[in-house]
Unconditional design. Structure first.
Length: 756
């Protein structure tokens, strides 16, 4: 197998079956054999004499040779009791309390099974409108989004990750301005990506600087007007501020809706690339383009014959997934099988360009991307047509808009999805994104540094006798080789990274792949921190003109959530370098107040004491019961937290680092209210903080430390609500820098991904 050491680490942490102690009970090859056998078994549903072992070996070789990988839920759950293999779902949200909470329940079941969900909140009547059944007043879509968000927070996906959601609101909804602002604070609605659903009419009004209508979703009457250009500028400003909302073009999604009789497409999956009807799901997979390149004498080129065969096998694989999948809802099972949508995409595009010696930000690359995706799309449809001859077309084919003289097994075949974790397994670049960074330096527990280099760059540098650890550290520090003048110009021209690329070139590449993709293309347009709002607006306009179905942008550093800057302190609006900061813990006070709580953990009881004085929470003590536990570890955690508290580190940051840490001895027991000793400490600190806030003794402040007098207008807000997981610049699991790509965030160090 071609699996790298880093990929093995990620597989062991997130994918392999584990025992009650959290230890893997299968090897990497066992995982791929498990998946291959499970997916191949679907052949018997269509041919009782099918050679299942032959198909299993075909799928196994394709995955272990890293030619194709399916989405994470398939790798995690195939052949296991859960058996839920889909990456994404769309659920309807209707305008009644009963239907809204039914959608919340359904979303919880999907998140529990390992999937992500997309919603359109456009059917919910606007805030302040009358509710005839109760005589009350509607609270509006944003308030219900927050309820969905809280429900998501409470459900851990299959024990591996939090649920991810997409929330969409039409541009003509009366609450659109509030929606645009709903994530201006990174601490709000943290389990959602949000996008505004734009229409062709709105974009036309923007260009003509005209007003447009706001429509009551309940009565369908016009209830107001807004200046289109001002709303567009507000969207741009919000996206410039922190990357949200994104935009999608609703008319284009429905232009490619192959079964319009089944309803309108109103939403996509959490990363924006898979438009779906209500109760549809999609099964995704990606071809590794690096392994579709061959060396012909001294020159690299695509192996088109191998690519065609891989496309055919991948379509076969994904169609089988639909049949063996254990869907979380009966309605999803039925609806998915009516259209049998699959999403075959690619990863390793940028790496393949490096092998070919083509700069990502060149016209040659854009033209090649369009040619490549047309080939994959055409061959994918041919493979689906062959399956239709053997297995029959998808049930709604005859009412579809597709050519009736060529039955297809699948209503859609291609999608370009983000492949953050999958590309780590495939040891390649993600999706159709450029390289984010060429060198990573990992800090090992014993204090040593492990330098990881893009294998293609490393091979090229070694071939030119230029490779050295010193150079790699320089590249890691600068993030790019573009300004390292000691390197040859031709090398710097080809080996460009995300921030070397003009935003317009990002969009042109997205548009090139979109031309021949059934669904949509997930891609992030990266901006430097100094980018202007005008530049963001230009990208949105270009994406609209070039035929993209949506756009996600990210301005570097716009979601930074650093609480403490050591060395330099920069205040809002400050561009100059700040002053040096030296941190010294304040002395422990002579008299404190507090409480002690007994918490049941996996190996007995843990007693946690949390104390505070006039300046806030100042110390934590722990003690374990007779049953044992890890007393030294708990004591160390409490001591370090105490020093941090007395050094001015805010409570929410400390709790954020401790909560959710998982201990096998705790998580394997049913009914536990905590996941580990650190998690128990976090909950105890949160409890004291919330009690003081609710009593009016403390007011949540920027540093959440200093109690204010009871006459202050205390806002009852838990520090849990102030956490900003959606705004992390650094991985919440290993503290490495996150990559923003494809509408998602991924850690190349440990495999953490918000989207899977």
């Amino acid at each position: 197998m071609k699996i790298s050491k880093n990929a093995v680490t990620v597989l062991e942490k997130r994918y392999l079956i584990k025992d009650d102690e959290g230890n893997p009970v299968e090897k990497v090859e066992d995982l791929f054999r498990r998946v291959a056998a499970t997916i191949a078994a679907a052949d018997s549903l269509h041919d009782k004499k099918a050679d299942l072992k032959k198909t299993e070996d075909l799928f196994y070789d394709m995955m272990t040779n890293l030619e194709f990988l399916p989405n994470s839920p398939t790798l995690m759950n195939a052949g296991r009791p859960l058996g839920q293999l889909s990456a994404c779902f769309v659920l309807p949200v209707e305008d009644s309390m009963e239907q809204i909470f039914e959608a919340i329940k359904q979303a919880a079941l999907i998140h529990k099974s390992g999937g992500g969900t997309g919603f359109s909140f456009s059917r919910i009547r606007q805030q302040g409108s009358a509710v005839n059944s109760t005589g009350g007043v509607a609270s509006g879509p944003i308030s219900f989004m927050k309820v969905f968000n809280m429900a998501t927070e409470a459900v851990k996906q299959g024990g591996t990750r939090r649920g991810a959601n997409m929330g969409i609101l039409r541009i003509d909804h009366p609450d659109i301005l509030e929606f645009i602002d709903s994530k201006s604070n990174n601490a709000e609605i943290t389990n959602f990506n949000i996008s505004v659903g734009l229409t062709e009419d709105f974009m036309d009004a923007v260009e003509k600087d005209e007003e447009y209508d706001l429509v009551d979703p309940h009565s369908k009457e016009v209830v107001g007007k807004l200046k289109a250009k001002e709303v567009f500028e507000k969207i741009v400003d919000a996206a410039w501020h922190n990357g949200e909302p994104g935009i999608i073009f609703l008319d284009r999604l429905n232009r490619d809706n192959v079964v319009p009789g089944q309803g309108e497409i109103e939403s996509t999956n959490p990363c924006g690339e898979q438009p779906l009807l209500p109760y549809e799901s999609c099964n995704l997979g990606s071809i590794n383009l690096v392994n579709m390149v061959k060396k012909n004498e001294d020159k690299y080129e695509y192996d088109w014959e191998k690519l065609e065969k891989t496309v055919s096998k991948a379509v076969h694989f994904l169609d089988n997934v639909i049949d063996v999948n254990k869907y979380p809802l009966e309605s999803i099972d039925h609806t998915t099988k009516q259209t049998r949508k699959i999403g075959l995409g690619v990863m390793g595009w940028a790496d393949s360009l490096l092998l070919l010696g083509i700069p990502y930000n060149s016209q040659e690359a854009t033209e090649l991307g369009e040619k490549l995706m047309k080939f994959i799309n055409d061959k994918g449809h041919e493979a689906s047509a062959r399956l239709a001859k053997k297995r029959g077309a998808f049930p709604l084919f005859e009412e579809s808009t597709l050519p009736q003289d060529r039955p297809l097994r699948n209503a859609t075949v291609t999608t370009i999805a983000p492949t953050g974790t999958l590309s780590i397994l495939g040891n390649c670049s993600s999706g159709v994104e450029p390289i984010f960074a060429y060198v990573y330096i990992r800090n090992i527990m014993d204090g040593t540094e492990l330098i990881e280099v893009n294998p293609i760059l490393k091979e090229e540098l070694e071939k030119r006798d230029l490779f050295s650890d010193q150079l790699m550290k320089q590249i890691a520090k600068e993030g790019t080789i573009a300004h390292i003048e000691s390197l040859p110009e031709d090398l710097r021209r080809v080996f460009v990274c995300a921030h070397d690329i003009n935003p317009e070139d990002h969009v042109r590449m997205q548009a090139a792949f979109q031309k021949h993709t059934d669904n949509a293309v997930s891609k992030t347009v990266n901006f430097s921190n100094s980018a202007t709002r005008e530049e963001v607006a230009e990208v949105y306009d270009l994406a609209f003109r070039l035929g993209c179905k949506g756009v996600t942008i990210y301005r570097d550093g716009s979601r930074d959530s650093q609480v403490l800057n050591i060395g330099q302190v920069k205040k809002e609006g400050d561009t100059a370098e700040g002053t040096e900061v030296k941190i010294t813990p304040r002395p422990r006070p002579d008299m404190v107040m507090g409480f002690t709580e007994r918490v049941k953990i996996g190996c007995g009881n843990l007693y946690i004491t949390v104390n505070y004085d006039d300046e806030g929470i100042c110390e934590i003590f722990t003690n374990t019961g007779k049953a044992g536990g890890c007393p030294s570890q708990s004591e160390a955690t409490a001591r370090l937290a105490s020093i941090a508290l007395r050094s001015g580190i805010d409570v929410k940051s400390i709790v954020n680092q401790l909560k959710g840490i998982r201990c096998p001895s705790t998580i394997r027991q049913q009914g536990m209210k905590v996941t580990s000793c650190p998690d128990a400490i976090a909950k105890a600190v949160t409890k004291l903080y919330d009690q003081q806030v609710k009593s009016g003794a403390w007011v949540p402040a920027e540093n959440a430390l200093k109690p204010l007098n009871k006459k202050s207008q205390a806002k009852e807000k838990s520090i849990e609500d102030e956490f900003i997981p959606g705004g992390y610049r650094f991985c919440p699991e290993c503290a490495a820098k996150l990559e923003h790509e494809g509408g998602c965030v991924t850690c190349r160090n440990c495999g953490f991904s918000r989207c899977g």
